[in-house]
Design a protein around this ligand. Structure first.
Ligand code: C5P
Length: 234
């Protein structure tokens, strides 16, 4: 299936220990939302089986493992992941140029349709945190630096905060896909998110995918909440 289906599409976050924990909601949402993100919590608990189960429910799976290791190990992990029914996979751009180049080579060889996404600076890290690990620049500068490095290494997508879309769009080739969490419809609770954008704002800023969890799962009618977000995106 082609990734270029809409200018901005919705990815449902599955922050749960297993598909069973969210199965009723997943079943009802499967005709409405096309993408679902499996993160470390679910993957650590139930591994490839949960990926297959979610794909079998009709979702395109975004596997958010944030790989970060030596080039050979990451390339082999990409090769293993290529055997799963997934459409997106994350790795840490901080692993460096060679690690990303090896990952891209493995992806092109074993899963040409898989979109590898680079994670730059985690939004949980501020300037002080970066300084503590020896990075003497502000997070915003580091995001752009790592985004450019990722693009040079052949990555075709990045995960970023909505507020990083504009600076990244200013320096990256237009075909690089940007995937952004930190999205809240105007009427939804912020939960623990702080610097958010609405779905429409993120799409207008240049996001290709928005990643949304609690505003859908915590809504009284998750299908209606997802439809409202999709309507905003179109
Ligand atoms: O429920 P909510 O829509 O806030 O979920 C957002 C998801 O995106 C969570 O899985 C969260 O861990 C993830 N995320 C984020 N901000 C980042 C990176 C990932 O909210 N910078």
């Amino acid at each position: 299936m082609s990734l270029r289906v809409m200018s901005c599409d919705l990815i449902l976050v599955l922050d749960a220990p297993s598909p069973a924990a969210v199965r009723p909601a997943l079943k009802s949402l499967s005709g409405t939302v096309r993408w679902a993100k499996v993160g470390l919590e679910m993957y650590t608990a139930c591994g490839p089986d949960c990926v297959r189960e979610i794909a079998d429910l009709g979702f395109n799976v975004f596997l958010d493992l944030k790989l970060h290791d030596i080039p050979n190990t990451v390339a082999k992990a990409v090769e293993s992941a290529a055997r799963l029914p997934i459409k997106m996979l994350t790795l840490h751009t901080g692993g460096g140029r060679e690690m990303m180049e090896w990952a891209v080579k493995a992806q092109r060889q074993h899963a040409p349709e898989l979109l590898l996404l680079g994670v730059t600076v985690l939004t949980s890290m501020g300037e002080k945190d970066l300084n503590e690990v020896g990075v003497a620049t502000a997070p915003a500068q580091q995001v752009v630096r790592l985004g450019q490095l990722a693009s040079e290494a052949g990555l075709r997508g990045l995960v970023c905060s909505p507020h990083e879309i504009a600076p990244l769009r200013a320096v990256l080739p237009p075909e690089v896909r940007l995937v952004t969490p930190g999205i809240r419809p105007r009427t939804a609770s912020l939960d623990d998110q702080t610097r958010v954008m609405t779905p429409a704002e993120a799409a207008q800023a240049g996001a290709n995918f928005i990643v949304v969890g609690r505003p859908i799962f915590k809504a009284p009618d998750p299908v209606a909440a997802a439809r409202a977000i999709l309507a905003e995106l179109s």
